[in-house]
Write a protein that binds this ligand. Structure first.
Ligand code: SAM
Length: 249
């Protein structure tokens, strides 16, 4: 899989792609990362990639020509690639979208904005717009890197253990259960005994219940999307009763 970034700040992307798990995956050839700088497709003396907004207003808007030519170039290196513009107003990124992008196994071309954003004609050349949340950052580089990171985790071999993506937060609209490691007692805060019991069935049940509790406490909005079976229903009632008791204490 190839990730192609269109960015006026290529060093930002190059450096971020070299660390830790992603850096190892890239070096191992599990995916490719490249950057195209739209500024290389400017024709004026000052190599301007932005201009003032038509109709007036503050800030600078990204010019259609350099970005359009850069998209054409990216499509040459990744002809089947999905061209994704990063915009605050795009489809909000979710784990399901990440999974869809990963399952599609198509190369991803990220078009990173800056300043006041894109001339509409650039957006019209893209396949979709994605947002990383209802807030505004200065450029599309960080949002694009977030998406690459989330998708790359599904490429076989990138994470040491394939199972790592299976029981994570959002995998089935549940947050992850609390995790512990040694020491068993840290300044009086102890690892729950069940996790030390070696009883795999009890551990599984505890984890499911604590995942339901974490979701109930931190992201109750997700609960309505959950498909509870009878056992989950029982665990949920237990959680509700326990939480009510804790609140009234
Ligand atoms: C300062 S923002 C432009 C915001 C634009 N004027 C608006 O109101 O929608 C500059 C660039 O950062 C990127 N960006 C900012 N916030 C983002 C978000 N939440 N998700 C994805 N990209 C974002 C986009 O590429 C955008 O073109």
């Amino acid at each position: 899989m190839k990730f192609v970034f269109l960015s006026l700040f290529p060093e930002f992307i190059e450096q971020a792609g070299d660390f830790s798990i992603l850096g190892r995956g890239r070096k191992a050839g599990l995916f490719e990362l490249s950057v195209i700088n739209p500024r290389d497709y400017t024709t004026d003396r000052h190599r301007s990639a932005d201009d003032t907004p038509c109709g007036g207003g503050a800030g600078m808007v990204l010019k259609p020509e350099p970005f359009s030519l850069a998209i054409d170039e990216a499509r040459k290196t990744a002809p089947e690639g999905v061209v994704i513009a990063l915009t605050p107003g795009g489809r909000p990124l979710t784990q399901n979208i990440v999974k869809e992008l990963a399952a599609g196994k198509k190369d991803l071309i990220f078009v990173c904005g800056h300043y006041e954003g894109f001339d509409q004609r650039i957006l019209d050349k893209t396949d979709l717009q994605l947002s990383v949340g209802d807030y505004v950052v200065t450029g599309g580089e960080l949002p694009a890197l977030i998406i690459m990171d989330a998708v790359a985790r599904y490429i076989p071999g990138v994470l040491g253990k394939e199972a790592s993506t299976e029981e994570e937060s959002f995998s089935d609209y549940l947050l992850e259960y609390p995790q512990y490691t040694r020491p068993v007692d840290y300044q009086g805060a102890k690892v729950p005994e069940v996790l030390l019991s070696g009883n795999h069935a009890a551990i599984k049940k505890w984890r499911r219940k604590e995942a339901i509790r974490a979701t109930y406490k931190l992201r109750p909005d997700l609960l309505s999307k959950l498909k509870f079976d009878e056992e989950d229903g029982k665990l949920f009632l237990e959680v509700l009763n326990e939480e009510k008791t804790t609140q009234s204490e």
